[in-house]
Write a new protein. Structure first.
Lengths: 194, 194
DNA sequence: TATGTTATTGACCACATAGTCAACAACCGG
DNA sequence: CCGGTTGTTGACTATGTGGTCAATAACATA
């Protein structure tokens, strides 16, 4: 019936995500987005509603992607739960000390949010809880395997790992190098010693 | 000879700091700064040179203040080094989960910086190293007191604590409550068990 | 092929913003 | 009390911004 769209929504969100990851929400201009996505302002508005809304979409995509990635890293059966956490943290250390030094949309959302009621804030909090849930699952397995103390508080430890990775992200952005970040990751793991 | 200034520079920087802490660099308008500091645009320009420069001044003040505060918390003789670190982390947990949920200028600078060469980035990296130095000193004392393992890597541990506190800051901003953040702080400390 | 619906396009707008200018005010040494 | 120097004030500007409008294009159905 109606004229079909010339673009694929998820592609547009991906391109926008890229722009936001580099510039942040406030500093990214609509023109940046128009250029990156290839479609016109009005089309962007028709499809998403505005810069903020588009950011929220990108944020949500980012959250899914991050959760998926961590789930996969922690869920494979190729190693014991503890070893998987270890591998994951080391991977993060390398990633965060890479040359691009990008900052996740989640962190950006937190910093650029205007308060607790801000959707940017609530969405990110949900993302953090989701991520912590993934850690918790793996930690629970580790406990069942007796790789970590039986009295370990899986709940708070899962949030602890979210905090550590966020901190590592920031440090990487500040220019802390790979070797130091790797050492930090290994330090962080010591909380799990039996 | 010349007309004297009607303001005290450090007061102006403090007021500006407040504005930047709430809004960030990009989102703070010159009008916000004019209103908060009480002086006119031109006077701001005469004295500091522009929004960015003013932010850098505020950042530098913030860094001194942060270093001083942590130094004091970790330097008192009222408790053993390890206990002081413990107390400091618990204090941070309470602070970061407070209702204001502000974000340090250092974190803001990192996120809003445009790249590694950006003064915002280099200044913050220096601040992080300075802070890590303070932690390192206290950790060294703890080692001398045999409160932490003799083979502990004081260097990376000091950076680890910077990472953890940055992460806690972000989590607090996301709305993670005091009890959880306190638990995270205690988890983080387990790294130091002998 | 006519029609209704939605997408696209590019010009357009109101507004906020960082930064500037020029006139004026305050101080102090001479 | 005068003049040089610097600070202050408020009006001004240029520009970039997010967002809108109206005309047109592309499709599916009838």
């Amino acid at each position: 019936m109606a004229r079909p769209r010339k673009f694929v929504e998820s592609d547009v969100v991906s391109s926008a995500s890229e722009v936001f990851a580099v510039h942040g929400l406030a500093a990214a201009t609509l023109d940046d987005l128009v250029r990156a996505t290839g479609l016109g302002k009005q089309s962007l508005y028709n499809a998403f509603g505005g810069k903020r809304e588009l950011f929220l979409r990108a944020l949500s995509e980012d959250r899914e992607e991050a959760t998926r990635a961590v789930s996969e890293a922690l869920g494979h059966d190729d190693a014991s739960p503890l070893e998987r956490i270890r591998g994951h943290l080391l991977t993060m250390a390398i990633e965060f000390s890479g040359s691009d030094r990008r900052i996740s949309l989640a962190t950006r959302a937190l910093v650029e949010s205007t308060g607790a009621e801000d959707p940017l804030s609530t969405a990110t909090k949900a993302g953090i809880e989701q991520l912590a849930g993934v850690y918790a699952q793996c930690l629970e397995h580790a406990r069942e395997h007796k790789e970590i103390p039986a009295d370990a508080n899986v709940q708070s430890l899962s949030v602890y790992f979210v905090a550590v990775t966020r901190g590592m992200e920031l440090l990487g952005r500040a220019g802390v190098g790979r070797s130091v970040l790797t050492a930090v990751a290994l330090d962080a793991l010591r909380v799990l010693r039996t």
